[in-house]
Write a protein that binds this ligand. Structure first.
Ligand code: B12
Length: 213
């Protein structure tokens, strides 16, 4: 996507104009556009451009922080009004893995899982494997979902699965992994039960794993 093909909302995110991004996200909602579409077709590609700029040293960490905050604010508007499915689908413990503070995607996935009828326990960021497992035992979770946004933190997803196996708990929980650098192949390699490229896949996969679809 070239920069002159960007939508106004994408320009606001890349230009870290939070007030404008929030206003435009609200306008999208008011016209009845599917919030998932706005997230996947506009917000994520905008952050991919931010990421490119960061790699090319056109943007630096402060820009990444500002664009991340703008994206977060727009995503919060878009996920605020999603209607709740009244049928309880299952219990999920979700978090971003240890060493990783990225939570925008994880928060979006959480909001949509909740709206799809899951009881979601969000552990936040930098969650070590044992914390996921302790919480899953406490709330009798069906699924543990782990997000990783960096190649350096992806191995924590593998650790989570290994520790579950070591403790004889692997059969008790379905494990889903996701986050931009992860792939279906990675999920298969580490023995996860599910992977989702984006929020729609995450919800679909979670439903399949609890036998609701
Ligand atoms: C915004 C951002 C930040 C913000 C994060 C703000 C926040 N609260 O999250 C800030 C500025 C804080 C940040 C910090 C850093 N970042 Co950063 N960041 C990004 C950026 C640009 C966007 C991430 C994002 O929010 N995307 C939008 C969301 C909606 O997409 P998503 O997270 O992929 O989530 C979707 C799917 O993946 C999926 N999904 C997500 N989780 C899950 C979980 C499950 C179970 C499932 C099924 C699906 C699923 O569904 C989501 C919705 O569709 C990425 C680049 C990129 N394109 O990923 C770099 C990026 C991830 N960051 C990077 C780096 C290097 C860093 C820093 C180390 C920089 C530094 N020098 O300090 C620190 C990390 C510190 C740490 N310990 O974690 C690198 C990582 C490179 C690598 N090693 O792999 C990237 C790729 C940028 C780059 N091109 O270099 N970052």
């Amino acid at each position: 996507m070239s920069e002159n093909e960007l939508t106004d909302l994408q320009q606001a995110i890349i230009g870290y104009d939070t007030a404008k991004a929030v206003k435009l996200a609200q306008e999208r909602l008011d016209t009845g556009v599917d919030p998932t579409k706005v997230i996947e077709d506009e917000l994520r590609p905008a952050l991919a451009i931010v990421s490119d700029k960061f790699e090319k040293h056109e943007y630096f960490l402060p820009h990444l922080i500002l664009c991340g905050e703008t994206m977060k604010a727009a995503a919060e508007v878009l996920t605020s009004k999603i209607s709740k499915d009244q049928i309880m689908q299952g219990t999920i413990v979700i978090g971003t893995v240890a060493g990783d503070i990225h939570d925008i995607g994880k928060n979006i996935v959480t909001a949509f899982l909740e709206s799809s009828g899951f009881d979601v326990h969000d552990m936040g960021t930098e969650v070590p494997p044992l914390k996921f497992i302790d919480k899953a035992q406490e709330v009798k979770a069906d699924i543990i979902a782990a997000s990783a946004l960096m190649s350096q933190t992806m191995p924590v997803q593998r650790d989570l699965l290994s520790i579950l196996t070591e403790r004889g708990l692997r059969e008790q929980y379905k494990v889903m992994v996701g986050g931009a650098p992860t792939t279906a192949q990675w999920a298969e390699e580490i023995g996860a039960d599910g992977w989702g490229e984006e929020v729609g896949d995450a919800v679909q996969k979670a439903k399949e794993l609890v036998g609701a679809d």
